[in-house]
Design a protein around this ligand. Structure first.
Ligand SMILES: *Cc1c(COP(=O)(O)O)cnc(C)c1O
Length: 397
């Protein structure tokens, strides 16, 4: 197989002529999702109804999807589970981590982390009488002291795409007796990860970005096998119990990763996520990462050449320091992005002045990247963004 992008264009149902550079925010629709969901509805829910829990293995579906995901994130299948949203899963993992580090009072994170990550950490800290401390990303390692129970970071920054050195931070945290919880929302499916090899404790990641699981797809959680017996989810639901169908009033955590399950698994959403994760079948993440780097490098070079200093690169210049998206700043970023979208180039705007472009090497081609840079160049040269209709803000930006 060639390692040049696109690696698997025929696996996606994308509108003709559209240049979709937002797979880091909502992955494209895989071709098989529609027929698979239709079959699950007709032959399982519709025909076999409740017997499907056994007959079609609904009860284990979250584990089967997790097993398919394992090589994409460099984890063992028994260390992964598909559970709730990213936000709720993060609450569970942070709660489990601070519970295992009793006596330590600090949750450490970074300024500029994704807001939901900080909100969840603050909510948990308020509930338990702990302190959320945030520091600049380059001061993290010094800030890990003996009060820190857990360090929680987003591996690839949602704005700048800056990539943390996961192994180095894990090792600094462990040396100080703390645990780590990584948010892999902008990493999983974008770059090669080795959660086991880099000694990660806990991690969460979004199902609807590069994993193509569909809007609001459930997130995955990773818990290193060596920690399974020591950790308890703070949301004790019956699906995390050792014997849910005994209906016993006292909770006994299940063995292994299953103790992080909460309620009844969302079967339709899991079926869609299964198709999304399957778009990576047969692909090596080292090839995906290399193809991603060639797309982002071509875009940065093209924009540099065509846009003549009108936008500024706000992402690290070297591909190994980034995830799979890049951002440029422009004072009229919102209007510029609206003008791009009208010309069938979909990226997104991030307040206050960022133009963000995500590259999915499964479906984006080098030719699309060059065309997108040229269209951006036209908009800037002609000041096409300077039109009132590009300045009206919608509810979702
Ligand atoms: C996309 C994203 C989320 C999304 O959280 P949801 O609960 O799925 O809405 C959380 N954290 C990060 C870093 C993200 O990029």
């Amino acid at each position: 197989m060639s390692a040049g992008p696109p690696l698997a264009r025929d696996r996606f149902d994308l509108p003709q002529g559209l240049i979709y550079l937002d797979g880091n925010s909502l992955g494209a629709l895989p071709c098989v999702t529609r027929s698979h969901l239709d079959a699950v509805m007709r032959e399982q829910w519709g025909r076999d109804l409740i017997t499907s829990w056994n007959k079609h293995g609904w009860i284990d579906l979250a584990h089967r999807v997790a097993a398919r995901l394992a090589p994409i994130v460099g984890a063992r299948p028994n260390e992964l589970l598909i559970t709730n949203s990213t936000s709720v899963t993060l609450f569970k993992l942070l709660g489990a981590a601070v519970g295992a580090r009793g006596g330590r009072s600090v949750i450490l994170s970074e300024e500029g982390n994704f807001p939901t990550d900080l909100y969840v950490a603050q909510g948990l800290a308020d509930l338990l009488g702990l302190q959320l401390r945030t520091v600049a990303p380059d001061r993290l390692e010094q800030a890990i002291d003996s009060k820190v129970a857990v360090v929680t970071l987003t591996h690839v920054d949602f704005r700048s795409a800056r990539r943390h050195d996961m192994a180095a931070i894990n090792s600094a945290a462990h040396a100080a007796g703390a645990l780590t919880v990584w948010d892999l929302s902008h990493s999983a499916g974008a770059i090669a990860l080795d959660l086991s090899g880099s000694d990660c404790d806990l991690a969460v990641g979004c199902g609807y970005k590069y994993l193509n699981g569909g809007p609001g797809a459930p997130a995955f959680c990773f818990v290193a096998e060596r920690l399974h017996d020591q950790l308890r989810s703070p949301i004790q639901g019956w699906m995390g119990d050792a014997r849910p169908f005994d209906f016993d009033p006292s909770f006994v955590p299940a063995e292994g990763i299953q103790r992080f399950a909460t309620g009844t698994p969302p079967i339709l959403a899991l079926a869609a996520l299964d198709c999304g994760v399957a778009t990576y079948d047969g692909l090596a993440m080292s090839d995906v990462e290399r193809a991603s780097a060639s797309l982002s490098e071509a875009f940065i070079a093209g924009v540099g050449r065509i846009c003549d200093g009108q936008v500024r690169l706000e992402s690290p210049a070297q591909a190994p320091k980034r995830g799979s998206h890049v951002v440029f700043s422009h004072p009229q970023a919102y209007a510029v992005m609206q003008a791009l979208i009208e010309r069938s180039v979909i990226g997104d705007f991030r307040a206050p002045d960022l133009l963000r472009f995500g590259f999915c090497p499964l479906y984006n081609s080098l030719e699309e990247i060059e065309r997108a840079a040229a269209i951006l160049g036209d908009i800037l040269r002609d000041r096409a963004w300077d039109d009132p209709r590009y300045h009206a803000r919608a509810a979702v930006t």
